[in-house]
Design a protein around this ligand. Structure first.
Ligand code: SF4
Length: 351
């Protein structure tokens, strides 16, 4: 519930408005997981809340811990749908990669989540709770987070097909009485839902935008990311240009490029990408190269390290900023494109 919804809820119970602030802080700032623990509420009210409401709707089914510290969580909604979330620690900050849908309706050819199809959109609460569960697991319930947490909406699902819930969840997580993860620390990635890119361009408080591009060639993109048949590169790049025009100080805008060995990582692919960026005069965008992680059920190979490095220098020599995202949590199938790969226990599993 948003602050306003929570207020209304308490008024409907005949309780004063300030109870909503107490509960909001307890759930989001202190990350308490049951009404019983909110001891600043009268006992009678706690009992009433236990009967009429729930703090948690997600259950952690399994947790996998990588040798590099990355953690992957398989959760389940109250009605039985799978949700995956990944915790990625680095020296100075943590990143939590959350899902916006259970499964995904888009059919990106290099992604395992695509095999599930869309199961359903996640609710606002289910998006927020993923973050709370991860923080509680890593730092303990009501524990302090030692450094700021960044969020990326790059887990399962296409966030822009669940746009309203996504934006509502981000607003709740940005609240300074709660998790206080401001939009500047959030990046959301879309496969190219063009109308929502225009919507995001108009938003006052918004996350950073990443567009998953993966090729500058329409024919190949139709195959790799069939959403391209609905909104082709011209429509996508026109929207990207409009978005670039709306960028404010400190905002990041990236194109993600999943590198698939021998498919989209040749010199000619890099040159085509440079030409595409030139055609639409996109000057502020950075390219995030993501070497594919491979999976038994997918017919793609990772690009070699030499290829990735050659591709990057070709972009850079043409004035395009590019960086390579180091894969994390490969051993627990937590890396890009691998979600939904393995739900059975493996050697790194800890239930
Ligand atoms: S890459 Fe993202 S948008 Fe594409 S199928 Fe996978 S989860 Fe969906």
């Amino acid at each position: 519930m948003s602050r306003a919804e929570l207020e209304e809820f308490f008024l409907s119970l005949g309780e004063p408005k300030y109870r909503s602030t107490q509960v909001f802080k307890a759930v989001h700032e202190r990350r308490l997981v049951s009404f019983e623990e909110i001891t600043d509420l009268p006992k009678k009210l706690r009992a009433k809340l236990e009967e009429s409401a729930a703090i948690s709707r997600l259950a952690v089914e399994s947790r996998y811990v990588s040798t590099d510290g990355t953690r992957r969580y398989l959760m389940k909604t109250a009605d039985g749908y799978p949700v995956e979330t990944v915790f990625i620690p680095t020296e100075n900050r943590d990143t939590i990669c959350f899902s916006s849908q259970s499964g995904c309706p888009l059919k990106c050819d290099f992604c395992l989540t695509a095999k599930l199809g869309l199961l359903r959109n996640l609710t606002v609460g289910e998006i927020v709770e993923q973050v709370i569960i991860v923080l509680n697991d890593v730092y303990g319930v009501a524990g302090e987070t030692p450094h700021g947490t960044n969020l990326v909406g790059m887990g399962a699902g296409e966030p822009f097909l669940n746009f309203d819930n996504l934006i509502a969840a981000l607003e709740i997580m940005a609240d300074e009485d709660g998790l206080f993860i401001v939009p500047n620390r959030v990046t959301v990635s879309t496969a190219g839902i063009v109308p929502r890119i225009y919507d995001l361009a108009k938003l006052e408080n918004r996350p950073h935008l990443a567009i998953s591009l993966s090729t500058a060639n329409d024919e190949l993109r139709d195959r790799l990311m069939p959403i391209n048949k609905k909104w082709d590169l011209d429509e996508l790049m026109t929207a990207a240009k409009e978005f670039e025009g709306s960028l404010r100080r400190g905002e990041r805008f990236t194109f993600e490029y999943v590198m698939l060995g021998g498919v989209n990582d040749r010199d000619s692919d890099a040159n085509e990408l440079v030409r595409l960026l030139e055609k639409y005069q996109l000057k502020k965008v950075k390219i995030n190269l993501i070497p594919h992680n491979g999976a038994e059920q997918l017919d793609y190979n990772a690009s070699t390290a030499e290829r990735v490095s050659r591709f990057k220098s070709l972009l850079e020599s043409n004035g395009v900023d590019a960086y390579v995202r180091q894969p994390r949590g490969r051993d627990i199938y937590a890396a890009c494109g691998q979600l939904a790969a393995k739900s059975e226990a493996n050697s790194a599993a800890m239930n």
